[in-house]
Design a protein around this ligand. Structure first.
Ligand code: K2U
Ligand code: ZN
Length: 178
């Protein structure tokens, strides 16, 4: 299964709003598998299709530690979010090396279709609830740094753009060109 390139902030494509998936078909299955492979390889516990430049409402999650607990959420909808909220440190595969506090509901209920097109309702709390809210933001074109101050966000943007430029300069194709 090929690993998919993960868009890196501040790529504008991360701010596209994902469209509902009209039907769960066999054609969707390779993308779901490739997203899981990409997420596991990147040592993430969640991945939204937006992050691999597919702007459809699809999320894969696995918050399982030793025992895998893969979850596929197609056309997810948060039907309830607890009024109780808590601030926790978050990272993001699209914002490498950056971690900061974000306030989230401590529990959510989400309805979605599974990879076979069957409806599912998940009552989540803890890390799973945080991950679901983080991924749902991605489908709405929102990255967790948008909860931070403009000063912090601009510093992160500058840092990642600088790293991107350095990587491009050090890329093998750029060596020995002149
Ligand atoms: O969307 C992503 O980039 C995946 C995130 C999901 C996530 C963010 C914050 C809190 C929980 C989940 C990545 O998994 S970030 C890396 C990571 C790995 C283990 C635990 C927390 C974060
Ligand atoms: Zn993320």
């Amino acid at each position: 299964m090929p690993l998919l390139p993960i868009l890196r902030y501040p790529d504008p494509r991360l701010h596209k709003v994902a469209a509902p998936i009209p039907a769960v078909t066999d054609a969707l299955q390779p993308l779901i598998d490739d997203m899981f492979a990409t997420m596991y390889e990147a040592k993430g516990i969640g991945l939204a299709a937006t992050q691999v430049d597919v702007h459809q409402r699809l999320i894969v999650i696995d918050t399982g530690d030793e025992t895998p607990a893969p979850l596929v959420l197609i056309n997810p909808d948060i039907t309830w979010a607890s009024p109780e909220r808590q601030k926790g440190e978050e990272g993001c595969l699209s914002v490498p090396g950056i971690y900061d506090g974000v306030e989230r509901s401590v529990a959510v209920t989400v309805t979605a279709l599974d990879r076979h097109g069957n409806p599912q309702t998940i009552e989540a709390e803890g890390m799973l609830a945080v991950c679901i809210q983080h991924e749902m933001d991605h489908l709405m074109g929102k990255v967790f740094v948008e909860y931070l101050s403009p000063l912090k966000r601009n510093r992160i943007k500058t840092k990642l753009l600088k790293e991107e430029r350095e990587e491009q300069l050090n890329a093998p194709s750029a060596k020995g060109r002149y």
